[in-house]
Design a protein around this ligand. Structure first.
Ligand SMILES: [Zn+2]
Length: 208
């Protein structure tokens, strides 16, 4: 995963960009306009400023219990739109990551507050696997994802952001997605973009 810049970064102008000095040259170039950085996905754009909120510790639980503000225990109580839930099963649910590494970054999470994979019962790990498969199918259908990083970080030392409640990451990848500079500004547009992405994936979910 790339390291996010501390300050917003404006993508450099392309060769065919307007001459500097014109009004357009001063505008940031958005994801869908970028050239030479791989095949665009069908999501509107990628961004990074939201990850600063994560780095600053917003929405971190105060302790390891489910009553300590664990976001994965709170999300299922919300509406799908509010919680960015893509699909709900009997034992697990799929939700968009609020601090995505890539556009369309999903997580498959058991409803039960458990930290370790060995603690999952048969129904839970069975449905976790099924929902992981469906996540791949939905992401391919909705966004033409060309590859994926799938897996979980167990324990703080392994990099788990919310170590007390396990979650399987499903991160879609596209050719060239690691070498563009995420673009900026318009951070207040972010919630709407995530809502749009949630709807796209909910519609593409197998059996939806
Ligand atoms: Zn929890």
């Amino acid at each position: 995963m790339s390291v996010e810049p501390e300050e917003p970064v404006v993508q450099e102008a392309r060769d065919d960009a307007p001459e500097s000095g014109t009004e357009n040259a001063r505008k940031p170039h958005y994801e869908e306009e970028r050239g030479g950085a791989g095949i665009p996905d069908n999501f509107q754009r990628l961004w990074t400023p939201h990850r600063m909120a994560y780095i600053k510790g917003e929405n971190k639980p105060s302790g390891g219990g489910s009553g300590d503000g664990c976001p994965f225990c709170e999300i299922p109580k919300m509406s799908d739109e509010e919680g960015l839930v893509v699909a709900r099963g009997h034992s697990v649910f799929a939700v968009l990551n609020l601090y995505p590494y890539n556009s369309g970054h999903l997580m498959v999470v058991p409803f039960r507050h458990v930290a370790d994979y060995t603690e999952l019962d048969e129904a839970e790990y069975g449905e976790l696997a099924t929902f992981t498969q469906r996540s791949l199918t939905a992401l391919r259908k909705a966004s033409g994802a060309q590859g994926f990083n799938v897996g979980m970080n167990l324990g703080l030392v392994a990099g788990a952001g919310i170590a007390a409640h396990l979650h399987q990451h499903v991160v879609p990848r596209w050719g060239g997605d690691t070498n563009f500079m995420p673009v900026v500004g318009h951070t207040k547009v972010l919630p709407q973009l995530l809502r749009d992405t949630r709807q796209l994936l909910a519609d593409a979910w197998p059996g939806a």
